[in-house]
Write a protein that binds this ligand. Structure first.
Ligand SMILES: [Zn+2]
Length: 259
């Protein structure tokens, strides 16, 4: 599942491909926006907020979310696509480039002035220019009993973390993912660690996980076998199905279970 750094890097790639160019083709393959035509619009900016991507043209902001399988690919005009055409949800063409959004989870065409409605509910963006660690701490602290491994996924607390980085952040801070928020020794340090890890992943890829995906392999700190398990669902706003299926990775010795 793409996390904030993937979306940040996607925005960067689309920016290089599209900004300053006029659209000669716009094709929205979702029923609600099938008749939208942005031909003639200039692409002015591409931005991201958490896991949300915005392609801003003269008249609209195209809001997309990659969810599980989504991705944006860019091609030279006329180049053969590398994913099945049937998976394309948005096609934006300029004189020399085609940007294709495949298998996107969300597609919305918003007025520029309404773009904020897509992100108003989110906590501070870990990779944004207005990142605010104190605000993220304040939001996390609103639900003191919530396990930290779930709280880090809740985009209303802080935006950009998915399954990979929640495991990493808990490991780096030596907190068990089931630890309730009010029992985490230093919330600000936790939030700062999340910011550091995501920033590194976004600005110096490829980034390598210390704990994620390493079940039954030795902890790089103490040699104990890494374990993986799901966390009990306690947050009705997060995605129940993925919560059940996606385990969190941790070292049982470095991250002792809360009493
Ligand atoms: Zn360990």
């Amino acid at each position: 599942m793409p996390e904030g750094d993937t979306v940040f890097l996607t925005a960067h790639r689309l920016r290089l491909a599209l900004v300053g160019k006029t659209l000669v083709r716009s094709d929205f393959r979702v029923p609600r926006y099938a008749t939208v035509d942005l031909v003639g619009d200039l692409v002015e900016e591409v931005g991201s907020y958490g896991k949300h991507l915005f392609i801003r043209t003269t008249t609209a902001s195209i809001h997309t979310h990659l969810k599980m399988e989504g991705e944006w690919r860019t091609y030279c005009a006329g180049e053969r696509w590398t994913r099945p055409r049937v998976h394309a949800r948005v096609v934006l063409g300029t004189d020399d480039t085609e940007a294709v959004g495949f298998s996107l989870g969300t597609v919305e065409v918003l007025r520029r002035a309404d773009e904020h409605t897509a992100t108003d509910h989110l906590g501070p963006d870990l990779l944004g220019p207005n990142w605010d660690a104190a605000e993220a701490v304040r939001r996390l602290a609103r639900h003191p009993a919530q396990p930290v491994g779930l709280a880090l996924l809740d985009q209303r607390n802080l935006a950009g973390i998915g399954n990979i980085y929640r495991s990493e952040v808990c490991f780096l801070r030596k907190v068990h993912p089931a630890t309730p928020i009010d029992a985490v020794p230093d919330l600000l340090a936790l939030v700062n660690e999340a910011h550091r890890v995501l920033t590194e992943a976004a600005h110096r890829p490829p980034w390598r996980a210390l704990v994620y995906g390493r079940q039954r392999r030795p902890c790089q700190r103490c040699g104990t076998r890494i374990e993986v398990r799901p966390l009990a669902e306690t947050n009705p706003a997060s995605d129940r199905i993925t919560q059940r299926e996606r385990g969190i990775y941790y070292c049982p010795r470095c991250q002792p279970e809360p009493a």
